[in-house]
Design a protein around this ligand. Sequence first.
Ligand code: ZN
Length: 295
Amino acid sequence: MKKGVFWLIILLLLGCKAFQQIAGGVYGSAGNEHNPTQGVISPGAYQTIEIAKDQVYQGNLLLVNKEYPVHKMGVKSDVVHLYQNEELVRGYGLLDSSIQASESVAKAFLEMVGAAQKDNVSHFMINSGYRSFEEQNQLYEEMGPELAMPGGYSEHNLGLALDIGSTQMKMEQAPEGTWLEENAWKYGFILRYPEDKRAITGTVFEPWHYRYVGMPHSAIIQDHHFALEEYLDYVRENEHLSVQVDGETYEISYYPVSRDTTIDVPVNRYYTISGDNMGGIIVTLYPENEKPQQE
Ligand SMILES: [Zn+2]
């Protein structure tokens, strides 16, 4: 009996150690210790994960507009010069050799362009991607407040926006523009400033400006014809949403974060965490055996 108790304690201790290693792995798999946004967990019921207050300012769902500026820590950490990464530039053109973009966003764009090509829509180009605060300020001075935002107030400063053009004609008339309006959501992108959302976004119609938010958020935004502002309100008001995309169920949860805190997530499911840049985080649980497209 005594021996039995001894072995039970040893087993419990071993169990604790294994659990700690799994927990460590969740953060480790985020790819970037500065930005722990993604992980997968081994069997068990629920797992408690730590949320740092800074995570409010990081992720693909950040709202950036005149009211909510970019936090420096929200800038994508994988920004590259596209011209120097030819594997990222296939089937479309670049306005010039200085264009930068987040590598993960560029990969989603590449996949999207490949799909458009199958529909015989193939004259895309990237006119602008990531811009530093300094470049944004310069643009603001040149273009004025009607056409540009000051440094720190543009989604281009995050690395999550692409200005997409057609080499043939203006985007308003181009097949490339029409195709994107119908299909960009499948690749995680949204038309950020639709014509009929000007009162909400505070920005004029920009048929070229696409914002990466990732699935399943882009699908919901398309389905409800939301502006990003409206979608984030919708998530915050509902707190927990269960949505079906292509027959697969995603769970989306909102948590207000005023200080470092913990949340519980189910095991055996991939998840992503993104701040909303307004004081909350959004946890997205993926269908079983499905991985997020992007970090
Ligand atoms: Zn833009």
